[in-house]
Design a protein around this ligand. Sequence first.
Ligand code: FES
Length: 88
Amino acid sequence: MNDRAPQQTRGGSAGSQRKVFGRRSADPLICMCNEVPKSAIDAAMRNGATTLAEIFDQTFAGCGPCGGSCQPELVQLLSDHLRRCQGQ
Ligand code: FES
């Protein structure tokens, strides 16, 4: 294997890798470990999630093998969502 070749982290085929990359531009992955896109986080919040635990319950985002490196971004999305809700 060429050491300079791109490494596939999920899926196993080049097609699935392109699919993940294509989705990132329109719907970025927030949780790489569990492949949770921003649209799923938004849907969870619209569905009533107001805590990280509730987002996890609905999407599995935030508790992966990396130890939760996406949690700061989840907190930011949650804060923005709650701020928007309070402004209505
Ligand atoms: S990126 Fe979300 S838990 Fe690892």
